[in-house]
Design a protein around this ligand. Sequence first.
Ligand code: FES
Length: 165
Amino acid sequence: MTSVPITTAAPAAFPPRLQAIGTTHAPFRPMLSLNELPEGSMRRVTVGELDVLLVNTAKGVFATDDRCPHMSAPLSIGDLDGCIVSCPLHEGRFDLVSGDTAQMPSTGGMDADGVYHPTWSPAGKDPKIDPPGRKAEARRLTRVRRLRYYPVRIAGGTIEVALPV
Ligand code: FES
C-alpha cells in the first residue's frame, strides 16, 4: 500500500496594516487542498474577478493578489525563493513576510513611501535607455505598492481564504 504524504502547514503571519480592505468580517471560502500546494510552491486561484495567489512557505501559507504591485503581472508564474516572490516582468521582487519590495522593478518608479528610484539593468545587460516622453513619465509616476493580504485558515486539510467577494 502506498502512503500518501501528509502536508501540514499553518496560516502565515502578515503585517496587520496590510490586510486587504473588506476582509475583516468576510466569510472564509475553500480555495485549494493543502496537498495541492506543497511547501515551496504557489498557485493562482480565481474567485469571480479576483485572482488570488496562494503561497506555501516555511513560514506558512500566504494569500495575496495574483497581481504584481508594480504593473499587475501574474506573480503565480514568477519564481519563489523562500519568502521572496519574483515577478515575471521587470525584475521586481517582493517579500511575503513584510509586504515590502525587496528589489525595485527595472523600470524604476516610486516605492510605497513615494521615494523615486531610477531605471536599472540586470548585470550583463546594456543600461536601459529611458528617453523623455509620456512613457518615461508614466514609469516615473508609477508607484510600487506593498502587498495586500487575505486572511487564511486551514480547515480539514483545505486552505480557506477570507475574500470580500
Ligand atoms: S509588473 Fe511586476 S515588476 Fe513590473
